[in-house]
Ligand binder design. Structure first.
Ligand SMILES: Nc1ncnc2c1ncn2[C@@H]1O[C@H](COP(=O)(O)OP(=O)(O)OP(=O)(O)O)[C@@H](O)[C@H]1O
Ligand SMILES: [Mg+2]
Length: 285
């Protein structure tokens, strides 16, 4: 296959992926008993894009994410991440790619008995068991601040944080291993509009400065308009369309029209148009 296969697995984790599509899903099928969640689902995620993933509740967005990160074994289909098969790999063979992504799960999933700093240290300890304690704390502190939390948050427990701070703590843990690929499952759900907009801005900044590829599941229309390069729509057990919002609006699928052209969709568009008019001209693109 690609040249990546010839690289020593230990060396592999130190390389950045240079291909066009860090995630390729083909013919994916997921079923739970008689329930078919995905059927012949295909999707390609471009390097360094922020891909919004939308779909009604229960359409299988989280299951898709879990399949890509190897937590859910599909009943059929093929998934490659960084040019490596996730579907056919044994768990230890996935190690070389697993430390190259970070995940913010729906609901945060922080360990409640650990402080924020200790939460961020979990993946570091797992992948770099020999790392010195001082360095470990220093990296954790840095990631916490990178996620926009005050330094004091390092020693706080999840129960001492607001909803928005918990999301940022989850983000700090997702960034622990300097990932190339970031998975965010509903990162702005439950945040007030200002908190949500701040989180969106942070996501965009991190993508730009760290060169991340972002797989972003969201119901938040403002997020889609503000920061997503393309949007993938899950319906009828598949990704029925991927494109910019303008491209999606040109399709006459009822769910897409209802979602983007319904009252909330139009309000989000109007708010984006207003924000553009308020911004001073910067010249150039
Ligand atoms: N481990 C599981 N066992 C059985 N059924 C599951 C499991 N995980 C998910 N499902 C089912 O798969 C379907 C898709 O679930 P999923 O969590 O991916 O939806 P979603 O699109 O993320 O929804 P939401 O927008 O509400 O988060 C649901 O019907 C859910 O009940
Ligand atoms: Mg979900």
């Amino acid at each position: 296959m690609s040249e990546i296969d010839e690289i020593d697995p230990d060396d592999f984790r130190h390389r950045r992926f240079r291909g066009d599509y860090p995630i390729v899903v083909e013919g994916l099928e997921n079923r739970f008993g008689d329930q078919v969640v995905h059927e012949d689902l295909s999707l390609q995620v471009r390097r360094r894009e922020i891909l919004g993933v939308v779909g009604g509740s229960g359409t299988g967005k989280s299951v898709l994410m879990r399949s890509i990160i190897g937590l859910q074994t599909p009943s059929a289909g093929e998934i490659e991440v960084f040019g490596r098969s996730i579907t056919n790999a044994e768990p230890d063979q996935q190690l070389g790619v697993r430390n190259r992504w970070g995940v913010l799960f729906q609901g945060g999933a922080l360990f409640s008995t650990l402080t924020v700093g200790e939460n961020v240290e979990v993946p570091l300890r797992q992948f770099y068991p020999d790392i010195e304690e001082d360095l470990l704390h220093e990296i954790a502190r840095f990631k916490v601040m990178l996620s926009g939390l005050p330094e004091e948050a390092v020693s706080k427990y999840p129960s001492e944080l607001s909803g928005g701070m918990k999301k940022r703590a989850g983000l700090a843990r997702a960034l622990a291993l300097d990932p190339e690929l970031l998975f965010l499952d509903e990162p702005t759900a439950g945040l007030d509009p200002i908190g949500a907009a701040n989180f969106d801005r942070l996501t965009l900044e991190l993508r730009d400065t760290l060169g991340l590829t972002v797989f972003l599941i969201t119901h938040d229309l403002d997020t889609l308009y503000e920061i997503c390069d393309r949007v993938a729509v899950l319906a009828d057990k598949k990704v029925i369309a991927v494109g910019t919002i303008d491209e999606l609006l040109a399709l006459d699928h009822p769910w897409i029209q209802e979602y983007f052209n319904g009252p909330r969709g139009r309000a989000a568009l109007a708010s984006k148009a207003r924000a553009k008019m308020d911004k001073p001209a910067t010249g150039g693109a």
